[in-house]
Write a protein that binds this ligand. Structure first.
Ligand code: ZN
Length: 411
């Protein structure tokens, strides 16, 4: 699929209409790189055509972010200034639709101390978290991608820049179901319907445990939170009922398992990119819900560091089902971007869980959600466990076993 202005226009429309689902009279906050000014203009116009009241553009530059971390003191970066807090307060009042365009160089922050990054993140989150929690479930948001040259070169180092960008665009368009033939908005309607039906089925089963097995050594059981729901594809803004799609692409159906209740071994099936570095061919052994040991052919130290980022970084916050037929998986390369890589196959995530899977979850603080079993951590790192032969069984409260996945796909 070759990128033309027309295709780009239909992508912008898809992001605004199907993704954020901007409703007349709503404010929009667009987060995008300064390098993508023409696409920002396109998105802004689409938002206004959808009836947006006002579009605010929040410009970013991953190169400048890197310079901040390179030169500025940790405490300077960690401080939330009064005007920043005022802006966060304003956001709670305006409840804008938020549109994020991911285009970063996966290596943008490589070599920056993970401690500095996490300390700055933690300090800022302490001040800004209440505002973020106040808008959870009460606004629409979407993350979609726009290949930059550095990102494309990371995926295809052997190709000249122009070709690498073309290859990455081709993959992005395929995974967001833009093929120049079918109407992408209609394609997404069908896709979200399929995912919702699968999520409904999982919810109706009421599984208490999931059991994973694969010839690669995966042998793992995880307990689920009885009242937690499986979700996928879309979400609904509780205030206005608007259906939106937070991630484009998306193939997963996910929930948060009961933190502190899983046993056995999970073997990763794809490399994991964390803070710009790779962890490869690794496995984790869990006891009483915590990863008690890990083994990696590459990135052992990094993996150990990740598991000790805070007290609950070694517990799971997410389990997700993705069949091996996923278009992301069929692309056959690592995107170095979670938005894509987590949609390649079945995965779990270490760290933070999703309070919104609990009934009334959006009104809970992270601490309250923790009491009900949803993990709380400063990290949320997805890693892939789906394989060609992965089998997943669901086990009900009465012991009934139901096949969920066979040979890496829906049973
Ligand atoms: Zn996920």
């Amino acid at each position: 699929m070759k990128l033309t202005q027309e295709i780009l226009q239909s992508y912008a429309r898809l992001i605004v209409r199907s993704g954020a689902n901007v409703r007349p009279g709503q404010a929009v906050s667009l987060h995008i790189s300064v390098d993508l000014a023409p696409f920002a203009r396109m998105l802004t116009e689409e938002c206004y055509q959808a009836g947006a009241k006002k579009v605010n553009v929040e410009w970013s530059s991953d190169e400048i972010t890197r310079l901040h971390f390179q030169y500025a003191e940790e405490e300077t970066l960690a401080a939330v200034l009064p005007w920043e807090e005022a802006k966060a307060k304003q956001m709670v009042e305006d409840l804008p639709c938020r549109i994020y365009i991911a285009s970063e160089d996966p290596d943008a922050l490589a070599g920056i101390s993970p401690e500095k990054l996490s300390n700055v993140g933690r300090s800022r989150a302490k001040v800004l978290r209440p505002y973020r929690e106040a808008i959870d479930g009460r606004h629409q948001w979407v993350i979609a991608a726009y290949p930059s040259e550095k990102w494309a070169k990371k995926c295809f180092p052997e190709l000249p820049a122009e070709e690498a960008v073309a290859r990455l665009w081709d993959a992005v368009l395929t995974t967001v179901r833009i093929d120049g033939e079918q109407d992408p908005v209609e394609a997404w309607r069908k896709h979200t319907e399929f995912i919702s039906a699968k999520a409904d089925w999982l919810n109706a089963q009421g599984f208490r445990h999931l059991r994973y097995r694969s010839a690669n050594g995966t042998d793992f059981t995880v307990e689920l939170i009885p009242e937690a729901r499986w979700e996928g594809a879309g979400a609904v803004n509780a205030l206005n009922g608007a259906f939106y799609i937070p991630n484009m692409p998306t193939e997963e159906i996910f929930t948060s398992p009961l933190a502190g209740s899983c046993e056995g071994t999970l073997v990763s099936t794809k490399p994991l990119s964390w803070n710009g570095q790779l962890i490869e061919n690794f496995s984790l052994r869990f006891e009483k819900g915590r990863a008690v040991s890990c083994k990696a052919e590459k990135g052992q130290e990094l993996l150990e560091k990740m598991l000790t980022m805070d007290e609950c970084a070694n517990m799971l916050g997410e389990v997700a089902m993705v069949p091996k037929e996923s278009p992301v998986n069929r692309c056959g390369f690592l995107f170095y971007e979670t938005l894509f890589d987590e949609n390649a196959c079945c995965h779990v995530a270490l760290g933070h869980g999703f309070k919104e899977v609990l009934p009334g979850g959006n009104d809970l603080t992270a601490a309250q959600a923790k009491e009900r079993g949803v993990n709380d951590s400063i990290i949320h790192v997805d890693f892939m466990v789906g394989s060609e032969d992965l089998a997943i069984d669901g086990v009900k409260a009465d012991g009934t076993v139901v096949p969920v996945f066979r040979e890496g796909t829906w049973a």
